[in-house]
Design a protein around this ligand. Structure first.
Ligand code: CP
Length: 340
């Protein structure tokens, strides 16, 4: 097992224990290796989390994130309790100082500390509204959980980021890309794809943030004009609005739709030519195709690609377990050791 010299996560000494962004991670390479070690030996620490409990709160739907986090916790001996807040819980208020005369029943200032008494780790999924960019990008909901829960908080996808997905993506790239002779860095292309609904930018933001922070790949983003992502996350990537050019010699193509950041939440392009096809892959280095799932077949990605040997989307989703297990292990063991 990888033993970090200092800490894999930041902010432990200040008491803020969280995994909500690549910025919370000091050593991405070591975290990837920890995930791969769990993949080889899932039950290595099957008693570590005995007597400890993780609460997984879903304000929005999920399949992969919910199940992989639950399995990861159980592999470490932790109990995982799932709570679908969006369907089963009281409607929460997140604004400070609000007069609660509307539909919200309970303030996060009251609810989060209670959750902090029930659990040792809190994990939260909360999507953006896609109506108010400033509000979504302030990450008010996730930050309020961090502020008031009093226990470590893990993002299961927030308004702008999806860190457990991105860690699984890097685990997948690391185990798939083998180039021992030349030692060349992989060329990774994030390619926008059409969709029938406006989707958040969080998977694309997060993938960009993690690839850039990792620093082990040549990274290109291709999208139609108007789909530029927030530079906070893409800084360091090459942006090319010509998809055919961008795909040249790619080792990995990560396909994902997102709605416009500049014309916030809008669909600006429905050109089906942006959907990846086998023909388009001819200019790549027999690229592996990635997608976080769920995927709209023959809208975002064609059957011929998804059903081909180039697709590694199932492997990628499988690796969500090892990403979650690496993160939970780190929270359970590092110098900000859980005290309950
Ligand atoms: N990729 C992902 O987060 O899948 P779910 O929405 O099913 O959790």
């Amino acid at each position: 097992m990888i033993e970090s010299k200092d800490s894999l996560f930041n902010n432990f000494s200040s008491g803020t224990k969280k995994f909500i962004s690549a910025n919370d991670v000091q050593d991405i390479g070591a975290l990837i290796q920890k995930g791969l070690e769990y993949k080889a030996n899932p039950f290595k620490h099957r008693s570590l989390g005995a007597g400890k409990r993780i609460g997984c709160l879903f304000l929005n739907p999920s399949m992969r994130t919910r199940l992989s986090t639950q399995i990861a916790a159980q592999n470490l001996g932790m109990e995982a309790i799932i709570f679908n807040v969006g369907q089963e819980g009281w409607a929460l208020e997140f604004e400070e100082g609000s007069v609660m005369n509307g539909t919200s029943v309970e303030h996060i200032k009251d609810a989060a500390p209670v959750l902090g008494k029930y659990f040792n780790i809190l994990a939260v999924r909360t999507f953006p509204s896609l109506k108010n960019r400033e509000e979504d990008y302030s990450e008010l909901y996730m930050n309020q959980f961090v502020k008031y829960a009093g226990i470590p908080v893990v993002s299961l996808e927030s308004a702008t980021l999806h860190p457990l997905q991105s860690l699984a993506d890097l685990i997948t790239i690391t185990e798939t890309y083998l180039n021992p002779i030349s030692g060349a860095r992989p060329k990774i292309v994030l390619s926008w794809a059409p969709h029938v609904k406006p989707l958040p930018q969080c998977v694309a933001n997060s993938f960009s943030q993690w690839i850039n922070a990792w620093g082990e790949a040549d990274f290109i983003i291709t999208h139609p004009p108007g789909y530029e992502l927030n530079e906070e996350f893409t800084k360091g990537a090459t942006i090319n609005i010509n998809q055919d050019d961008a795909l040249g010699d790619a080792d990995f193509v990560y396909v994902k739709n997102w709605s416009s950041y500049t014309n916030y939440g809008e669909i600006l392009c429905d050109d089906e030519n942006w959907m990846l096809t086998t023909d388009k892959l001819k200019v790549t280095n027999n690229a592996k195709i990635m997608h976080c799932l769920p995927v709209r077949r023959n809208i975002e990605l064609s059957d011929e690609i998804l059903d081909s040997k180039n697709s590694i989307v199932t492997q990628q989703a499988g690796n969500r377990v090892w990403a979650a297990q690496a993160v939970l292990h780190t929270l359970l063991t590092e110098r900000g050791e859980l005290d309950r």
